[in-house]
Design a protein around this ligand. Structure first.
Ligand SMILES: *Cc1c(COP(=O)(O)O)cnc(C)c1O
Ligand SMILES: [Zn+2]
Length: 471
């Protein structure tokens, strides 16, 4: 629809006109810094930063019910920059004007109600939000849309000569960064990704290569790559695109805004289950719901459950024991979440303490459960990745331990696409997992192609078909 197609009163608010006053705010010492530069940690105390809009309270002049109407009607507008996560412009990154927004088709991923057979296996009905249906096939596109729109805006308004975007990755961050940076002017913007050698899937490796990024592989695990890009970002003039960059978290909040919108803003009796790796995602999910709550757009916060594998579970242990210690990771099929010292942990700690104390839990699940719940879920008509299998396994565990009641409404997050993790499925079918994974396949769940001659008769015989009687 065109803007003229709406009534006069709506026309005034349908296009964003909020004037933000955005700053970086340190979550440690509380110092603030203007959002006119790239900053990842507090220059005075080294703690993490978050984005804050000092003019946020102006948004409260508009009642929650009106905001719902604005976001719902705005979806009908045929205006590219507002079609993705910037539909929620005022809450996402209002410093970027519409003309600088990079929209590559991200966001508004479907929430699909699970098949009856799967609901019976898990012990309750639930839905899955398919974030694998983003352009680079993971939720990382949400944060990259804000980070790269910000770079685009910055490059245009400051007339800066060269920008080099860099990230460490468990596979999906690099795919998203390389894709979004490739959309910008190649003369001005370069992209570099650092991967732990042999620890991302072939599909994930092919993505930044295909987008033309410089791909650097180093020995070690993700945490080692992260240390190196942090050092590079401290010392050299590069833009860090990991979720330590608070501009990424801003975009990832859209996940929560969408859940609210898709469920008619009924979130107070809702449970949202997400995997935890570097803990940027779960931070954004909590921050997103908090924005909506503060503006009266939703009446209550949902219950948030994080899921980790036994092989990488520092946040689970913190929640259980009350002390945080990094862990040494073991190989995990939920490879995108295989992180022993999550960068955003201090943010999770603060959000839980201040806002989600009675609305937060963490469960941990085995590697065997993760891969088998992925397979079972997909066998019932869904497309979840291993991290999606992890959240379904997490739901099953939360039902077993009584955290989730049978009548709760539950949305689980499938953070990327099944196809990125096809190799793990194959290893399960072939029984070829190295011992460290601790996965023993159930033969009845394996599947393989059948070779037959090119003959209808032979195929019919193999399938046990009976010939039709009538002509
Ligand atoms: C990055 C990623 C995660 C983990 O998210 P964090 O923000 O690092 O906690 C989970 N699943 C997939 C598919 C990912 O790419
Ligand atoms: Zn500080």
């Amino acid at each position: 629809m065109k803007i003229e197609d709406f009534d006069q009163e709506l026309q005034k608010v349908l296009l964003p006109h909020h004037k933000p006053e955005m700053i970086y705010e340190c979550i440690g010492c509380g110092n603030s810094y203007p959002l006119d530069r790239f900053l990842y940690t507090c220059p005075s105390c080294r703690s993490l930063l978050r984005l804050k809009d000092l003019a946020f309270d102006l948004l409260k002049d508009c009642p929650g019910v009106r905001w719902r109407e604005i976001f719902d009607k705005r979806r009908l507008l045929n205006i590219d920059p507002l079609k993705g996560i910037f539909l929620f412009h005022e809450l996402v990154l209002p410093v970027v004007p519409l003309e600088d927004i990079v929209y590559l088709g991200e966001g508004h991923t479907p929430i699909v109600n699970v098949n009856k057979g799967l609901a019976e296996l898990v012990g309750m009905d639930f839905s899955i939000k398919y974030d694998g249906l983003n352009p680079s096939a993971s939720f990382k596109d949400r944060g990259m849309a804000t980070a790269v729109s910000f770079i685009n805006h910055f490059a245009k308004s400051k007339g800066r000569e060269q920008i080099l975007g860099i990230c460490a990755s468990t596979g999906d961050t690099s795919a998203a960064a390389a894709l979004y940076l490739a959309y910008l002017d190649h003369e001005k913007v370069k992209s570099v990704v650092l991967l732990p050698q042999g620890k991302v899937t072939p599909q994930q490796l092919s993505q930044p290569l295909g987008s033309g990024a410089t791909v650097i592989e180093i020995p070690g695990v993700f945490d080692d790559c992260m240390k190196i890009v942090e050092e590079l970002a401290e010392t050299y003039d590069v833009v860090l695109l990991n979720s330590k960059n608070p501009v990424r978290i801003a975009g990832q909040k859209s996940y929560s805004y969408e859940i609210a919108q898709q469920l008619d803003y009924q979130t107070d009796d809702l449970v949202v289950i997400v995997p935890i790796g570097n803990a940027g995602n779960i931070t954004a999910v909590m921050e997103g719901f908090l924005d909506l709550y503060n503006l009266g757009i939703i009446a209550g916060l949902p219950y948030v459950i994080g899921v980790q594998s036994f092989h990488a579970d520092p946040v689970y242990r913190w929640h259980r024991d009350g002390v945080y210690k990094p862990v040494k990771v073991s190989p995990s099929v939920a490879q995108a979440a295989m992180i022993g010292d999550p960068v955003s942990f201090p943010k999770v700690n603060k959000l839980v303490t201040e806002h989600f104390r009675d609305k937060f839990s963490v469960v941990h699940v085995t590697e065997q459960d993760i891969i088998e719940w992925m397979l079972k879920t997909n066998r019932h008509g869904h497309v979840v990745c291993t991290q999606g299998g992890e959240t379904v396994a997490g739901l099953k565990e939360a039902v077993r331990s009584g955290i989730v009641g049978k009548h709760d409404r539950v949305v689980v997050d499938s953070t990327s696409h099944q196809l990125k993790f096809a190799g793990f499925q194959q290893k399960y079918f072939d029984n070829s997992f190295p011992d460290e994974y601790e996965i023993k396949p159930d033969r009845s769940m394996s599947n393989a192609p059948v070779q037959l001659p090119a003959s209808a008769g032979q195929i019919a015989k193999h399938l046990g078909l009976k010939e039709r009687k009538h002509p």
